[in-house]
Design a protein around this ligand. Structure first.
Ligand SMILES: Cc1cc2nc3c(=O)[nH]c(=O)nc-3n(C[C@H](O)[C@H](O)[C@H](O)COP(=O)(O)OP(=O)(O)OC[C@H]3O[C@@H](n4cnc5c(N)ncnc54)[C@H](O)[C@@H]3O)c2cc1C
Length: 402
């Protein structure tokens, strides 16, 4: 069976337009792996600028509703934009903005029209970048245990508490978050969902180093100390936050994802063509190396196909079942499997980003770190299994009368 995607002449004409525009507007060198924090910070600013330009054209969030600043484009055009950005070694959007990718869907479902205009338009146009503030020291996988307090005081809420493992370097303009509005209330009925200005007095952001993101620097701990948030930042009603959060949790658990095919296969093939083994022959001629490359290709291609399926299902508003966590589980376990597969293939060169000894311009070494760390965020591997089991109705709860 041929799984290749085909496009109409109109779509190919759109691709040509996109390609020409990107060639004109992407600054030189953007898309390469940044060496060090300064270069990462410089590239981030260029990506934000590119994001604003894409936003003006409705190409930053091409499938988002036009009335709120999105592109209102169909799935084919969205795929083409994604593919053309990938061709330039960039993502769409070109920087991580969890509000645009997940939080915005929540606001589309639960927000008032006024909130949709106020909160979504700056995201879709690339004017703001957002972080998600969910995890707390005592609430990770068990997110419903969130305790960051939001107490009503007139036409404001007053926030106190902390969130950890948040966002990345380079700052954010808005936070979307879960808070506890009824500390004595029943589980799942005591939470509320807010979109908050990240620069309000009383908010402190402190760096939190993690193994991945060495180039970007760190994650963050965010402290709230009597932060006064206007009441109209509450989305979906007081104490209804668990239901509201379930919209983005479903997306985070794999209902959408970047359609980007991991470029690691192409990079590895290039490397094996250009480098020789101990016997002096190009690595690519070694049958074991070829087998290894084929295994990696199969895994990566399977991920791409499942991602495309989920993207299509979400775009066509299909009810989610086990599909999201199935993809996320496979993506996370594949990332970890890849660390060993790449090490087997190219040896210790995968362990360093050193210019002389390192491989794939630092991408191999980064993959070693990312593969390990990525099994955690957005629901750990174990959590994905729990969600799949629940969707399939197996495990955990005792059958009635049992
Ligand atoms: C790189 C990175 C980026 C992140 N970015 C963000 C961010 O931007 N915003 C944000 O809010 N958070 C973020 N997080 C936090 C992340 O969502 C949490 O770390 C994650 O949900 C796990 O929570 P925890 O660390 O408290 O571990 P715990 O929930 O304490 O889990 C500990 C272990 O127990 C296992 N476990 C827990 N519950 C179950 C269960 N029911 N069944 C079986 N096993 C279970 C877990 O799989 C894990 O192995 C990030 C984390 C990382 C590492």
């Amino acid at each position: 069976m041929d799984f290749a995607m085909t496009y109409t002449p109109e779509q190919e004409a759109f691709r040509a337009e996109v390609r020409a525009w990107l060639a004109e507007n992407i600054p030189a060198g953007l898309g390469s792996e940044p060496a060090g924090e300064d270069e990462a910070a410089r590239q981030y600013q260029l990506k934000r600028e590119l994001g604003r330009l894409l936003g003006e054209k409705g190409w930053l969030y091409p499938a988002a509703p036009r009335e709120f600043g999105g592109g209102g484009l169909d799935i084919g055009s969205t795929l083409i934009l994604d593919e053309e950005m990938r061709r330039q070694h960039l993502t769409l959007p070109p920087y991580y903005d969890s509000g645009g990718m997940m939080g915005s869907h929540t606001i589309l479902v639960w927000g008032t029209d006024e909130q949709k205009r106020r909160m979504l338009t700056p995201i879709y146009r690339g004017e703001v970048r957002t972080w998600q503030l969910l995890t707390e020291p005592e609430a990770g996988s068990d997110l419903a245990s969130a305790r960051l307090a939001a107490r009503r005081d007139g036409d404001h809420y007053v926030l106190n508490g902390q969130k950890i493992f948040v966002g990345s370097a380079h700052g954010a303009d808005r936070f979307w978050m879960i808070t506890c509005t009824d500390p004595a209330g029943a589980r799942h009925q005591n939470l509320s969902w807010f979109m908050v200005d990240a620069h309000l007095p009383g908010i402190t952001v402190e760096p939190l180093p993690v193994l991945a993101d060495v180039a970007e620097g760190h994650k963050n701990t965010v402290y709230f100390d009597d932060v006064r948030v206007p009441a109209d930042c509450l989305v979906g009603g007081e104490n209804n936050g668990w239901k509201v959060a379930n919209t983005h949790l479903q997306l985070e658990h794999g209902a959408i994802g970047s359609l980007r095919r991991d470029p690691i296969v192409d990079r590895l093939v290039e490397y094996c063509r250009a480098h020789t083994g101990a016997d002096g022959r190009p690595l690519i001629e070694d049958p074991d190396v070829r087998d290894g490359l084929a295994d990696i290709h199969i895994r990566i291609e399977t991920l791409r196909l499942l991602t495309t399926r989920n993207f299509w299902r979400t775009y066509n508003r299909k009810t989610e079942h086990y599909n999201g966590p199935q993809l996320t589980y496979l993506r996370k376990t594949t990332g970890l499997w890849l660390t060993t597969a790449i090490l087997d293939l190219i040896g210790p060169a995968a362990l360093t980003s050193d210019e002389v000894w390192g491989a794939l311009d630092g991408h191999a070494e980064r993959q070693q770190r990312d593969g390990i760390v990525d099994i955690i965020p957005g629901g750990t591997v174990d959590v994905q299994r729990v969600v799949i089991a629940r969707a399939l109705g197996v495990g955990g709860r005792k059958p009635r009368g049992g």
